[in-house]
Design a protein around this ligand. Structure first.
Ligand code: ATP
Length: 367
């Protein structure tokens, strides 16, 4: 296991800045997920940690040792790629042991490690087969096993589940979680799939255009997104973001959010400092209620089996509502919704940054 520290990492390709000043530190045995949309710099960052690409600026430390200038083989990190290239002419057993045999590991030691990994990954019955005789998920496990037999200080994985179908993906996630627990090793895992991040990570770095939007536990990122970008990226469907004006009520200085189809009093007083906001509400936190503060029309109701997701028009915005089936909404009908104050997220519209309430006695918003 290793603690990985990225210190002011920048990577440019000509005029393109793929990674712009990224600094973060993982604890030993963290499962760090680098999460973000296509082109945000995830793979570039992972390749720099692996030593396959040099940073333009910054340092990479593994357990306090500066490895920035070291070639990949001296970093003791194992990389598992999206397109795992197994040796087609070798059996699973020889594929697993290949990296060790070229390192001239003794026969007994090689046998021990291959057997151990085969057992952990449930590959024991497949050791005699060649890659073309395996399913996609089995091949993926061999690729992972090949990295594991080296007993590296950390695993670096680039979208390793992307070639698997939904069922296999979910099963492999469970397997990776228990592997991480058993191996007690650092994992750095690149994905654009927020479910990967929510289910497996101990820490998530959400990347946008080469920068970290937020770094924290999956729960922090889901419950308190630092920016509207993070809010709109996490969750399926993601958080609803509705442009609104923050003002005060007619008789007092109680704050009220207003938008077409919306008048929502907040349990706060004072001068918010910011008027133009994005109101964020998760689909599961919008509750149908006859006297609700958000009023509009139901467009579509989608049946997911155990749940339903409705799309509603509220003023000029489109909101998703998610709830146990039957959700009690009818396509084409008028509907109203309420939301509990603790489920209201506010972001400054211009900067996208989360607004937080100063603790009493100064009831103002800070961004
Ligand atoms: P994806 O999820 O699509 O793989 P990513 O988040 O991993 O995307 P990167 O592959 O790291 O993104 O790319 C980040 C940015 O850097 C992109 O704009 C990409 O076009 C650019 N880039 C990456 N590699 C190179 C290269 N060798 N030369 C020029 N530009 C590059």
């Amino acid at each position: 296991m290793a603690a990985i520290e990225l210190d002011g990492i920048v990577r440019r390709f000509g005029d393109t800045t793929a990674v712009a000043e990224i600094s973060l530190t993982t604890a030993r045995n963290d499962f760090l997920v680098l999460l973000g949309p296509s082109g945000c710099g995830k793979t570039t960052l992972l390749r720099m940690i692996a030593g396959l690409l040099e940073p333009t600026e910054g340092r990479i430390l593994v357990d306090g040792r500066d490895v920035t200038a070291l070639p990949p083989r001296e970093r003791d990190l194992a990389m598992v790629f999206q397109n795992y290239a197994l040796y087609p002419h070798l059996t699973v057993e020889r594929n697993l042991g290949f990296g060790l045999s070229v390192r001239r590991t003794g026969k007994d030691e090689l046998r021990r490690r291959v057997d151990e990994v085969a057992e952990l990954l449930d590959l024991g019955h497949l050791l005699g087969r060649r890659p073309k005789e395996l399913s996609g998920g089995q091949r993926q496990r061999v690729a992972l096993g090949r990295a594991m037999v080296r007993e590296p200080q950390a695993f670096l994985m680039d979208e390793p589940l992307s070639n698997l179908d939904a069922k296999l993906r979910s099963g492999t996630r469970t397997r990776l979680i228990s592997l991480h627990r058993r191996l007690d090793t650092t994992f750095v895992y690149v994905t654009h799939d927020q479910i990967d991040a929510m289910t497996m990570a101990t820490k998530v770095a959400v990347l946008n255009q080469g920068r970290i939007e937020q770094f924290g536990s999956p729960v922090e990122i889901y419950d308190e997104p630092a920016t509207a970008f993070v809010a709109g990226f996490m969750g399926a469907p993601p958080m609803n973001l509705l442009p609104a004006e923050l003002g005060t009520g007619p008789d007092d200085d109680q704050l009220v959010l207003r938008a077409p189809g919306l008048e929502l009093p907040l349990p706060h007083r004072g001068d918010p400092g910011v008027r133009e906001v994005l109101l964020g509400i998760r689909p599961e936190h919008l509750v149908p209620a006859a006297a609700g503060e958000l009023r509009g029309r139901v467009d579509i109701v989608e049946n997911l089996g155990n749940e339903e997701i409705a799309e509603c028009e509220i003023g000029e915005a489109r909101l998703s509502i998610r709830g146990a089936r039957p959700i009690g909404l009818t396509a084409g009908a008028a509907a109203a919704f309420t939301v509990r104050p603790e489920h209201v997220h506010l972001f400054a519209r211009q900067s996208g940054r989360r607004l937080a309430w100063e603790p009493d006695p100064v009831p103002a918003l800070v961004s």
